[in-house]
Write a protein that binds this ligand. Structure first.
Ligand code: KG4
Ligand code: ZN
Length: 348
């Protein structure tokens, strides 16, 4: 039973829907904070054989899964559709067809139930994952958002007031993990498997290029390092050799990961110093990376900055973060109408 049923104060239940890529996710969140249910149906097995997400396959699976998953999420939260106050849905960035499934379903629910519809930016959702576990991070803060499609350094002055200080000029950090994993014949997605292998490798074995893009730049570039690792892999007989030389594989993945993490941490610290920001928030699938979490924690402590990193399951794609972002939008009077369209390349 939602807590508000016991308390006299009014509470707001938001149903969050997320279908931007290969995860169908539904959540019920109370007052932008209390997760009553958060379910994720992953399509990874479906796409793994192709070595990446196949958009058409993703859309079709969302269609099959979204409605039953929503019913399960309501059941788990112990609420009925009638108790939901608003629907928050990801409308970009992401795969067009996949986004359309979530947005069309959200519109139908909003219309049928006569409740507000809120279109949410997926990356804003990743940022708001931090509001689900912490007692409301104080503004201003700096957020490093690292996912499969994005790498962004964002300064937030207030709810909805963002300045993007830097972003990737080519591959996103997660994309680099995925592509490098493929060079070694490792499974998709590459981030978790590289993270696991790298734990037992020596990160000092190989020196891969770290693109800093000039003094003071807060932009990122990961295509150089990805290419350097790909060339190394080919010269050394991968991916055919996969699994034969465990030690080399652990050392090379550890060296790659260390170079990526170094750049992410360095630029975040530089941005914090330049903008005199004392609080850092991480978000996005790559924020699950154990070395990134460790190194960022160490450097933030050294610089006496506060750091918030959501639990791993809230860094990955989920709908609780979308419901949470939607809650704060609704608080500011922002809602969408039934003309809401998807924006695959939506920016913050
Ligand atoms: O945020 P997310 O779940 O989906 C997108 O919005 O893209 O991020 C997915 C990305 C993938 O590229 C995946 O390889 C990466 O996050 N990832 C990781 C780890 N877990 C997932 N990257 C590095 N280390 C991890 N432990
Ligand atoms: Zn994401």
């Amino acid at each position: 039973m939602p807590l508000c049923a016991l308390a006299p104060i009014a509470c707001m239940l938001i149903l969050g829907l997320e279908t931007s890529c290969d995860e169908t996710a539904v959540a019920v969140v109370e007052d932008g904070k209390q997760i009553l249910s958060s379910l994720v149906s992953s399509q990874i097995d479906l796409h793994a054989i192709y070595g990446g997400v196949v958009p058409e396959v993703a859309s079709r699976r969302h269609i099959e899964v979204l409605s039953p998953l929503t019913k399960k999420a309501l059941l788990k939260a112990n609420v009925s559709f009638e108790k939901i106050d608003a629907i928050a849905v990801t409308y970009g960035p992401g795969l067009e067809g996949a986004l359309l499934v979530g947005v069309a379903y959200a519109k139908a629910l909003s219309f049928g139930l006569g409740i507000p519809l809120i279109g949410v930016n997926h990356m804003e959702g990743h940022l708001y994952a931090n509001f689900l576990e912490n007692s409301h991070p104080e503004f201003p803060f700096l957020s490093l958002l690292v996912s499969g499609g994005h790498t962004e350094l964002v300064r937030a002055e207030d709810h909805g007031k963002y300045a993007v200080l830097g972003r990737t000029r080519d591959d996103a950090a997660g994309e680099a993990f995925d592509k490098v994993a493929r060079c070694f014949g490792l499974e998709f997605p590459g981030g978790p498997v590289i993270d696991r292998l790298a734990k037992e490798g020596n990160p000092k074995t190989f020196q891969f290029p770290k693109a800093r893009l000039g003094k003071g730049s807060l932009d990122f570039s990961f295509s150089g390092i990805k290419t350097a690792v790909a060339i190394w892999a080919r010269k050394n007989g991968f991916p055919e050799k996969a699994g034969l030389d465990g030690k080399t594989l652990r050392d090379v993945t550890a060296s790659f990961q260390e170079a990526v993490v170094d750049v992410l941490v360095e630029k975040t610290m530089l941005a914090a110093a330049e903008t005199k920001t004392r609080r850092i928030l991480l978000g996005g699938g790559v924020a699950q990376n154990s070395r990134l979490r460790e190194k960022m924690t160490h450097e933030a402590q050294k610089a006496r900055l506060s750091l918030s990193i959501p639990s791993p399951h809230l860094c990955a794609d989920n709908a609780a973060m979308i419901a949470c972002a939607g809650f704060y939008m609704l608080q500011r009077g922002i809602q969408s109408d039934l003309t809401l369209d998807v924006v695959p390349n939506l920016r913050l």
